[in-house]
Design a protein around this ligand. Structure first.
Ligand code: NAI
Length: 506
C-alpha cells in the first residue's frame, strides 16, 4: 500500500520525538525534526544514526538501508520549515498552554490538509484542539516509551476530530509497524486508565498491613502470571512518572474512588525513593539488582491435624482433591471435630467474617485463595485471621507446601491479594467498556501490548469466572463499605454470559 504521509514533521526531539522519528523514517517517510532547544535536533539525529549503525554492526540491518534511514532525517530550524509536511506529530513538554500555542502557530504554517497530532499522555485532546481553526484534522497519537519496542499506539478522537483523521492515523501506525487502537478523549485514554488497578490496589493492600511489597509481587507473578509484580513495575517506571499519572486520572475523573491514589507513593516520591533510577524504590538496588528478603521457611510440624473444609468453599471439590493429593486426613462431618484445622475459601470476604457467619472456631480457621485453579498457579496463598493459633497456621503452611509448591501466608482482608487485584483490573476494564471509551477488542489489545499483562482484562475475567469476580467485588464492597469496589454495570450485566465473548457483538 502507498505510504500515507511522505513528509512528517516531529516537534520535540526528546525521548518520545526521537522514537517516533525513528519508526516514521523506517516506514519510508521523510522526517523533519524541530525542537526549540539549541542542538537538540542534531543530538536526536546523531543518536538515531548511532542506533542504526549498531544494528548494521550486529548484522541486523543492511548498510544501504541504514544510509536511507539517515538521509530521511532532516533538521527544521524554524517552525516555518514544516510548511510542506503531510503530518505533524508533537512531542513537546506536557503543558496545555505550550501545546495549544504551538498548534495555533503551526496552523498558520501548514496547509489545511495537513494532519496534526499530539503525543500527549494526560492532557485532553479536545482541550489542545481548543484554539484550532480546523480541529477536524487534529487527533491524539499516543505512543509508549520506548517507541520502537512498544508496538501499540492510541489514536484519540477529540470531540471535533474527523473520523477520516483517526482512520488515516491508524493506517499510518500500521505502516510504521505498530498496532493502532481507537480511544475516545477521556482521562488516561485506554492504557493509563486500565492500568490504574494493578498498582493502586496493591498499594491499598500494603497500606492495610496485609502483606509486604515482596510478598505481593511474588503472589501476583506466581498466581496470576504477571511478568513483573506491581512494586517491581513501579520501581521500573519510577514514581516521578507513575504517581502523577495516578493523581491526574483520579482528579480528572472528579475524585472517582476507583482511581484513588495512595499516600505511600506520594510520600516516597517526596522522599526521592523513585525506583531503579535512584537506586532505591520499593526495593534497594545494588549494581542494578533488586535486594529482596528471603521467603519465610516452611515450618517443621510434627503432626498435621485432620482438615475440615467449609461446605461454602470456592472450588470445593478441587480443594478436597488437592488435600487428598497432599495426603491430608480429611474430615467429612457436618462440622469440624475439636482438633481439626478448619479451612475456608471465600471470594471477597475476610476470614474473620466467614468464621463468624459459619460459626467456626476462629482460632483454628485458615483461608486459602481458590479463585484460580490450583493446577494453573505456582503459589498457594493462605490467610490467617487475628485469632488464628500459630500451630494451626504452621500446620496449614506445612501441609500446603508438601508437594514443594511455594506458599505465602498473609493477614486477613476482604479478598486475597490476587482476588483483589484481578477483580479491580476486570472492574475498571468493564467500566471502560461501559463508558464506550473503546471497543472491548481494542481494550484487550491496548492492555496486552501497552501494559504487558498476561491476558487482556476481559479475557482475565472470563478465565477466572465473571461470576467469581462479581462475587469478590460484591463481598469486598460489603467488607469495606467503599464505593471503589462497586461493580461496573457492564460487568454486572455481562457477568453471567462472559466478558470477552462479547467482542464479536460490539
Ligand atoms: P522530553 O523532555 O524528553 O522531550 C521534550 C522535548 O521537547 C525537548 O527536547 C524540549 O526541548 C522540546 N520542547 C519543549 N517545548 C518545545 C516547544 N514549544 N517547541 C519545540 N520543542 C519543544 O519529553 P518526552 O518524554 O519525550 O515527552 C514528550 C511528550 O510525550 C509529552 O507530552 C509527554 O507527556 C508525552 N509522552 C511521554 C512518554 C514517556 O514515557 N516519556 C510516554 C508517552 C507520551
Amino acid at each position: 500500500m502507498k505510504l500515507l504521509y511522505n513528509t512528517v514533521g516531529v516537534i520535540g526531539t526528546g525521548a518520545m520525538g526521537q522514537g517516533i522519528a525513528q519508526i516514521a523514517a523506517q516506514a519510508g517517510s521523510t522526517v523533519k525534526l524541530f525542537d526549540t532547544q539549541a542542538g537538540a535536533t542534531d543530538r536526536a539525529r546523531d543518536a538515531l544514526a548511532a542506533q542504526w549503525d549498531k544494528l548494521v554492526a550486529k548484522g541486523r540491518l543492511d548498510a544501504a538501508q541504514a544510509a536511507n534511514y539517515k538521509a530521511r532525517l532532516l533538521r527544521a530550524d524554524a517552525l516555518n520549515d514544516l510548511a510542506g509536511c503531510d503530518l505533524v506529530i508533537e512531542a513537546v513538554v506536557e503543558r496545555l498552554d505550550v501545546k495549544k500555542s504551538l498548534f495555533s502557530s503551526l496552523e498558520s504554517v501548514v496547509s489545511e490538509q495537513t494532519v496534526l497530532a499530539s503525543n500527549t499522555s494526560s492532557l485532553s485532546v479536545t482541550a489542545i484542539a481548543g484554539g484550532l481553526k480546523h480541529p477536524g484534522r487534529f487527533a491524539g497519537f499516543h505512543f509508549f516509551n520506548p517507541v520502537p519496542l512498544m508496538k501499540v499506539v492510541e489514536v484519540i478522537a477529540g470531540l471535533k476530530t474527523a473520523t477520516a483523521t483517526s482512520t488515516a492515523l491508524a493506517e499510518y501506525a500500521r505502516q510504521m509497524g505498530h498496532t493502532p487502537v481507537h480511544a475516545q478523549d477521556t482521562p488516561g485514554f485506554i492504557v493509563n486508565h486500565a492500568g490504574r488497578a494493578y498498582g493502586t490496589e496493591a498499594l491499598r493492600i500494603v497500606s492495610e498491613g496485609i502483606a509486604d511489597f515482596a510478598t505481593i509481587d511474588r503472589i501476583l507473578k506466581d498466581q496470576a502470571g504477571f511478568k513483573l509484580g506491581p512494586f517491581e513495575l513501579m520501581d521500573l517506571t519510577a514514581l516521578d512518572v507513575s504517581h502523577p499519572v495516578m493523581e491526574s486520572v483520579y482528579h480528572q475523573y472528579y475524585e472517582e474512588p476507583r482511581y484513588r491514589p495512595s499516600v505511600i507513593t506520594a510520600q516516597r516520591l517526596a522522599g526521592g525513593m523513585l525506583g531503579r533510577k535512584t537506586g532505591e524504590g520499593f526495593y534497594r538496588y545494588v549494581e542494578g539488582v533488586a535486594q529482596t528478603s528471603a521467603e519465610l521457611p516452611v515450618p517443621t510440624v510434627a503432626e498435621i491435624p485432620p482438615v475440615w473444609v467449609s461446605p461454602r468453599a470456592a472450588r470445593r471439590s478441587e480443594l478436597l482433591q488437592l488435600l487428598k493429593n497432599l495426603g491430608a486426613s480429611i474430615e467429612t462431618g457436618a462440622s469440624p471435630s475439636m482438633n481439626a484445622l478448619v479451612l475456608v475459601a471465600p471470594l471477597g470476604f475476610d476470614i474473620t467474617t466467614v468464621a463468624v457467619v459459619e460459626r467456626l472456631d476462629p482460632a483454628r480457621t485458615i483461608g486459602i485463595d481458590m479463585l484460580i485453579d490450583d493446577a494453573a498457579t505456582k503459589r498457594r496463598v493462605l490467610a490467617t485471621n487475628p485469632a488464628t493459633r500459630s500451630d494451626m497456621r504452621d500446620a496449614a503452611h506445612a501441609l500446603f507446601a508438601r508437594d514443594g509448591k511455594a506458599v505465602s501466608v498473609i493477614r486477613d482482608s476482604g479478598g486475597f491479594v490476587t482476588q483483589r487485584v484481578v477483580a479491580t483490573i476486570v472492574n475498571i476494564a468493564s467500566d471502560i467498556c461501559q463508558q464506550g471509551i473503546c471497543s472491548p477488542k481494542d481494550l484487550e489489545t491496548a492492555v496486552t501490548l501497552g501494559l504487558g499483562y498476561p491476558l487482556g482484562p476481559l479475557a482475565m475475567g472470563d478465565r477466572y469466572g465473571p461470576t467469581n469476580i462479581l462475587e469478590v467485588l460484591f463481598n469486598m464492597q460489603t467488607v469495606y463499605g467503599d464505593p471503589r469496589y462497586r461493580p461496573s454495570p457492564w460487568l454486572r450485566r455481562r457477568g453471567a454470559i462472559g466478558l470477552s465473548l462479547l467482542h464479536q457483538e460490539e
